[in-house]
Design a protein around this ligand. Structure first.
Ligand SMILES: Nc1ncnc2c1ncn2[C@@H]1O[C@H](COP(=O)(O)OP(=O)(O)OP(=O)(O)O)[C@@H](O)[C@H]1O
Ligand SMILES: [Mg+2]
Length: 238
């Protein structure tokens, strides 16, 4: 069971898009995902799940409450094996607490210079958040250590020059410690699928979008596998 928090202090970075599509892809892969919506102002995930999706049974969803989050995760772990938390834009103690509790933090970053520099706040927040995950033996120095980047709204064709500039920009905003585990191009398929109460992996209208989401899901699975291997190694040494 893993808890993956989708965090960016910047509004409109793609948090809810990533959360919803990742959960749908996980269900397709026979995981038992639970989506927790922590965006009180918008409740995007709940609107999608309750208003647009209607009869679909997966993914399950829950309105987030920071007071009960640890207990909610403990209860959910009996029925779910992947918990995806959609976090509101902006910072604050609640976001730090969620970053601290989650095993993995995904930071969607829009691939433009403007958005990149605004992402500095997100990386600062993660650097200032503790990693309170168990076992303590493999905990990171801070939540930035368990963060990975999802590049969002990337151009469909990416030149080597574009990539080099992007890496420079990530370094400038302090995000170069985090690996890039997925790239979503700028595609209307993502918003269209959500408006239809679906994920692109269900609608299957845009095979390139499907491939991007499945790659991202594989990236998350690779993070989970790396963590599991660290735990096994630590236990063998004991
Ligand atoms: N890869 C993409 N291609 C095209 N449009 C996208 C993409 N990702 C997100 N969008 C659009 O950008 C807008 C913002 O995305 P989203 O709601 O996922 O961001 P967010 O980080 O959750 O925003 P907020 O901070 O307001 O919660 C939405 O209209 C969404 O449909
Ligand atoms: Mg959102």
């Amino acid at each position: 069971m893993s808890v993956v928090a989708i965090i960016s202090t910047k509004g409109g970075a793609g948090k809810s898009t990533v959360a919803v599509h990742l959960a749908v892809a996980a269900a397709l892969k026979k995981r038992r995902p639970l989506l927790i919506d922590f965006d009180k102002r918008q409740l995007s995930v709940l609107l999608w799940a309750k208003g647009l999706r209607k009869k679909a049974r997966t993914p399950a969803f829950l309105k987030g409450n920071i007071e009960t989050l640890a207990a909610d995760i403990a209860v959910a772990s009996r029925r779910h094996d992947l918990i995806i938390i959609d976090v509101a834009a902006g910072g604050g103690d609640n976001v730090r607490d969620i970053a601290s509790i989650a095993e993995h933090v995904l930071v969607p970053v829009r691939a433009s210079a403007f958005d990149m520099s605004a992402t500095r706040n997100t990386f600062d927040l993660l650097r200032k958040s503790a990693d309170s995950t168990e076992p303590v033996g493999i905990a990171h120095m801070n939540a930035l250590g368990k963060a990975a980047i999802v590049l969002n709204c990337a151009p469909k064709r990416q030149s080597a020059k574009w990539r080099a500039e992007l890496e420079d920009a990530l370094q400038d905003c302090g995000g170069d410690e985090a690996p890039i585990i997925g790239t979503l191009s700028d595609r209307c398929a993502y918003s269209t699928a959500i408006e239809n109460g679906q994920g692109v992996t269900e609608e299957q209208d845009d095979p390139d979008a499907v491939a991007e989401i499945l790659d991202l899901y594989d990236g998350v699975v690779a993070l989970e596998a790396k963590r599991a291997e660290k735990i096994r190694t630590m236990r063998r040494r004991k």
